[in-house]
Ligand binder design. Structure first.
Ligand code: SAM
Length: 464
């Protein structure tokens, strides 16, 4: 890209910040952008997932990202986003520098974690994998359309312990004070690290935009602070280079909240590393008496269930569990049942252990935990999200398709398949052992239950 394409005020700031290094930095705009994927260890750690990951590494020519053990680079003409393994949630396409943030936050299984600005889900899916799907993950996105995409990605990757909310940070902080062990704030920013990937971002840039972003980041950070437990950790990240939105925002935060300590600050630069660039700061909140006291005042009374009346929820859960006893012999059904309309969810048990479901009342919750079923009059229709969170061993019937077969392409386009006549009823359809959707078998036909919005229009082979 020609340097002239960049705003003069931007290059002047870069020269001031980087001095002699600025030429190398600006020269990096002429290099090709880096592309990466991160394996979803919720899937790739299983035996069939490992085989599939090896298949992907060799067929896409993947090479490792140094700062993320599950991250890999790929180069065109490889199109991993168009492969059946993508539909199976084996990996998430993610810019490699962005993989540094969740690695630094290092969430653990069993913790309560909030991803405050989560769509489309790069950091959330990484956090969920590091938590091994255990504990509680609240993934929040303020914009409804983006929250929908976030929920789809959470489902595609088979994440069992996430709640997707769609709220302003202030609305969440009123409900969840001092609740989370770890918080990710991947803040909306001026996106200077996006210029190579998305030249339209250049046109949005101005010194005024940087100031506006910094003011918004400051507001969101204060809500993040309120929701962090004493002793908890906060990762603040951006994909922009200026100090105003990065180091200076962190300094202001540390000045205003003396109980916050800076643990680490990392920058990835496109002229020094293979990546588009990222900033991450890790901070920890002190365990203070005062903070512990204010937390205990939060009030832990059991509220009204945010979903339908308890008797209806109990009946729905029992109906689902008797269906599951026959169809999913390996599924334990752990979680707190919630019923919204005809959709039954299992809220992670970690939520009800420390919070009450009444806290979800009045909140937009596109996904209240694992969506397990639709209740249709007197029958159960298993939810797509449930398929994606299962293994074939848990299902009474499964049907496997080879990754490079014509059948998997037809299936992902929404077509039915001819199957052996002995196969009957709800069937978990897998690609090399990894679920892609439900099918329903009858009289030698497998009817396709892949949700219409997820079907692929073109033959995969055309795109490879
Ligand atoms: N963490 C995401 C990922 O890794 O895929 C990317 C998040 S993106 C950098 C920042 C997000 O913040 C956007 O989805 C945007 O919609 C959201 N956002 C915008 N304004 C916001 C606000 N005032 N409060 C909270 N989030 C906001």
């Amino acid at each position: 890209m020609n340097e002239e394409r960049l705003p003069a005020a931007y290059t002047a700031r870069i020269r001031e910040m980087l001095g002699q290094e600025a030429d190398a930095f600006l020269e990096s705009y002429n290099a090709r952008r880096t592309q990466g994927l991160r394996f979803n260890t919720l899937k790739s750690a299983s035996a069939s997932g490992q085989d599939a990951a090896e298949h992907a590494i060799s067929s896409f020519g993947l090479t490792p990202v140094p700062w993320c053990p599950s991250g890999y680079y790929y180069e065109e003409p490889a199109r991993p986003g168009r492969h059946a393994f993508h539909a199976a949630g084996l990996y998430y396409i993610q810019e490699p520098s962005a993989m540094s943030a969740a690695e630094l936050l290092a969430p653990l299984p069993g913790e309560s974690v909030l991803d405050l600005a989560a769509a489309p889900g790069g950091k959330t899916t990484h956090i969920a994998a590091l938590m091994k799907g255990q504990g509680l993950l609240v993934s929040n996105e303020i914009h409804p359309e983006r929250a929908k995409i976030l929920a789809e990605n959470v489902e595609r990757l088979g994440i069992p312990h996430a709640i997707v909310t769609c709220a302003a940070p202030g609305d969440l902080s009123r409900r969840f004070p001092a609740v989370f062990d770890r918080i990710m704030l991947d803040a909306p920013c001026s996106g200077e690290g996006m210029f190579r990937k998305d030249p339209a971002a250049i046109d949005e840039w101005s010194p005024g935009h940087v100031e506006m972003c910094a003011a918004r980041q400051w507001d969101i950070l204060q809500d993040a602070y309120l929701m962090l437990k004493p002793g908890g950790s906060l990762a603040y990240s951006t994909c922009t280079f200026n100090r105003t939105e990065n180091e200076e925002t962190i300094l202001r935060f540390l000045d205003s909240y003396p109980d916050m300590e800076l643990i680490a600050e990392r920058r990835l630069w496109p002229h020094l590393e293979q990546g588009e660039g990222h900033f991450v700061a890790l901070l920890r909140k002190a365990v203070s008496e005062e903070a512990v006291q204010s937390r205990s005042k939060r009030g832990g009374g059991r509220g009204k269930n945010a979903s339908r009346p308890l008797s209806a929820v109990r009946d729905a859960y029992q109906q689902f569990m008797s269906w599951a006893a026959a169809e999913l012999p390996g599924f334990t059904g752990q979680g707190v049942p919630l019923l919204f309309g005809e959709s039954l969810y299992l809220l992670p048990e970690a939520f009800s252990a420390s919070l009450h479901t009444g806290l979800l009342e009045g909140l937009k919750v596109p996904r209240a935990g694992l969506h397990v079923a639709h209740l249709k009059k007197n029958r159960i229709e298993p939810a797509h999200a449930l398929a994606m969170a299962l293994t074939p061993e848990q299902a009474a019937h499964s049907y496997d398709l080879a990754a490079d077969s014509l059948d998997i392409q037809a299936w992902l386009r929404g077509e039915s398949l001819a199957v052996p006549p002995g196969l009957h009823g709800w069937t978990l359809v897998t690609v090399q052992g990894l679920p892609v959707s439900w099918g329903k078998a009858s009289a030698g036909q497998l009817k396709n239950h892949l949700p219409k919005g997820l079907r692929i229009q073109k033959a995969l082979a055309d795109e490879q």
